[in-house]
Design a protein around this ligand. Structure first.
Ligand SMILES: [Zn+2]
Length: 276
């Protein structure tokens, strides 16, 4: 019994030193405000993302699917460039991230942003949904929000938490091992594992605010999701959508929050007009 308590004590000490509660972002106008428990450092996650992204883009280049259409690439880059300056509303350090975006020729309705601002847009999303600039901004804003909120880091931390239950000793002595394949984990979490409903909702809300501040009509998030719902209506929804909030819940929430940030959009539009 005594030995048991010593073990329990060392486990909780390890948890105390390895775990921190953070709030990755400021609330913004949409007021996303939730403490997050992290067991892996953002430095480790960002370094892993950088490595994974470089490898993946090199692979895309080799396969001849990287930035094939210069006009489409420029369109996506221009939209991204308008969004990024507004990330500072949620976190100042994001203004200094090494943001990067590429367009990959894959006939799949998808886009993603890895920790630290490494993004990809798939041609399938733009072509199949016949997406407008405002709708592309809605997608990018949403994906950028996942990175700002460090959802990948949070999910990796949660996975570590569940593993602790099975292998206490492993957790005590094996934490260092994570560093060796953290790049693979970041890529897996960003591309393969569906986000939780909570993470999706947070990103939807922050996403419409980013779009509105950049002068993109935030209501395009609604039309985008209506198109998505239609596109996946006939058959199985795409894998990455399967545990997202139901289309109806999501569209209702987007309607509410895009209405909330409309004044920011109006202000951005009149500011842009005044500047001309
Ligand atoms: Zn998402």
């Amino acid at each position: 019994m005594a030995r048991h308590s010593i073990l329990a004590l060392s486990v909780s000490l390890a948890l105390l030193t390895g775990c921190e509660t953070v709030d990755t972002t400021q609330g913004g106008a949409v007021g996303v405000d939730r403490d997050q428990r992290m067991m892996v450092s953002s430095q480790e996650v960002d370094a892993g993302a950088k490595k994974a992204y470089a490898q993946m883009m090199a692979e895309a280049q080799k396969k001849g699917v990287l930035d094939k259409d210069p006009a489409m690439l420029k369109r996506v880059q221009d939209i991204t460039k308008r969004l990024i300056p507004h990330t500072g509303v949620f976190r100042q350090d994001a203004l200094k991230w090494e943001w990067e975006v590429h367009v990959i020729s894959i006939d799949e309705v998808n886009a993603w942003c890895m920790p630290g601002g490494k993004m990809a847009m798939y041609t399938g999303l733009i072509q199949k949904l016949n997406a407008t600039d405002d709708e592309i901004a809605a997608v990018m804003g949403h994906e950028i929000a996942h990175a700002l909120r460090e959802h990948a880091r949070e999910r990796m931390s949660r996975q570590m938490g569940t593993q602790l239950g099975v292998g206490i000793i492993g957790a005590l002595f094996g934490l260092g091992e994570l560093g060796q394949n953290v790049a693979g984990q970041v890529a897996h979490v960003t591309l393969n594992l569906p986000n939780s409903r909570l993470h999706e909702t947070e990103s939807d809300r922050i996403g419409v605010e980013l779009a509105a501040r950049a002068g993109f009509n935030p209501q395009a998030a609604v039309s985008l999701w209506e198109k998505m719902a239609k596109a996946s209506g006939g058959g199985q929804p795409p894998k990455w959508l399967s545990t997202h909030p139901s289309h109806e819940d999501r569209i209702n929430d987007l309607k509410e929050y895009s209405a909330k940030v409309m004044p920011l959009y109006t202000a951005a539009k009149s500011g842009a007009a005044a500047g001309k």
